[in-house]
Write a protein of this length. Structure first.
Length: 302
């Protein structure tokens, strides 16, 4: 079977990469494991791993295909593995690669033998080259970015009532922050004569605030005029705000939940700065410090 590699949009920094082991380092007081460095990250491997071995690297924060995990006996619930006598280190609920600390070494990601791919894709392993990067092989998903599930508000009185929603977002008006490629995988693109910008990211809550054209709900009499063929302007400038990946006030008549912080921090900040944002401008930044109730935005960073 021929080899067709793809990368899912939004998972560029969490794609698998074929690498060749070019360094091995012993770990103090460890007889069964050693350390290697991949893209600047320490990764723990079996002591039998040899220089020159081709392996597949998954960085921390990657979600693996459940069937791929089962075939390679990676799951913590051994009853779900192909070999039910073997217990792995990947959560059978999240399927997420996590950084772990073993013998004082933080292993950032995992390295698997090329043979781990064959069971999922049935391709000739000889076709893989060092540097190949992918999330999908022959339209079979192997991995993708792990997305933390959004908490849902519970309704102690029973089922949540259905609310008619009005989506105010116009196409091609609101833009999330661009994704940044992983620096370690792109160091070869930097040259000594390049001028670069260095930005310091504080630990906070990502936020986007945009003063852009939006849709407004039509009044009942306007809807009648539209049916009669009258052209009604249904656009209005308004402040739209979001976290890193979720628009918080997408719908006019639905209150967004308070979410992780227990307070609606994006809406609070939008009220403070919205009147300062010119039309057709978008502000990208971080919300730092404390919530109005005094809780940390991120503990340890004021």
């Amino acid at each position: 079977m021929s080899l067709n590699l793809k990368i899912k949009e939004g998972s560029e920094n969490y794609a698998a990469t074929i690498v060749e082991i070019d360094n091995i380092h012993p770990i103090k007081d460890a007889d069964l494991i050693v350390r290697t460095v991949v893209f600047g990250n320490d990764v723990i491997v079996n002591k039998d791993t040899q220089i020159g071995t081709k392996m597949i690297y998954f960085v921390s924060g990657t979600k693996l295909n459940p069937d791929f995990c089962k075939f390679n006996n990676l799951l913590t619930d051994k009853e779900q593995n192909r070999d039910q006598t073997k217990t792995g280190y990947i959560s059978h609920k999240q399927f997420r690669v996590k950084a772990v600390k073993l013998r004082g070494v933080i292993s950032d990601g995992i390295l698997l033998r090329l043979e781990s791919i064959w069971g999922a894709t049935n391709v000739n392993l000889i076709e893989f080259k060092v540097g190949d990067t992918f999330t999908d092989i022959n339209d079979i998903s192997i991995c993708e970015k792990y997305v933390v599930p959004m908490a849902r508000n519970s309704n102690p009185g029973g089922k949540s009532p259905k609310i008619a929603r009005f989506n105010r977002i116009l196409d091609n008006q609101f833009h999330f922050h661009n994704d940044t490629a992983n620096l370690r995988k792109n160091m070869h693109k930097l040259n000594p004569e390049d001028t670069i910008g260095i930005h310091y990211k504080k630990h906070g809550a990502s936020a986007v605030f945009a003063n852009i054209p939006t849709l407004r709900p039509l009044k009942w009499w306007e809807k009648i005029l539209v049916k009669l063929g009258v052209n009604i302007d249904n656009k209005i400038y308004d402040i739209i705000y979001s976290s890193r990946t979720v628009i918080k006030n997408k719908y006019i008549n639905v209150e967004s939940n308070e979410g992780f912080y227990g307070e609606y921090i994006w809406g609070i900040v939008a009220k403070e700065i919205g009147h300062l944002i010119p039309k057709n401008w978008t502000i990208y930044g971080e919300i730092l410090g404390y919530t109005p109730k005094g809780s940390h935005i991120q503990k340890g960073y004021d």
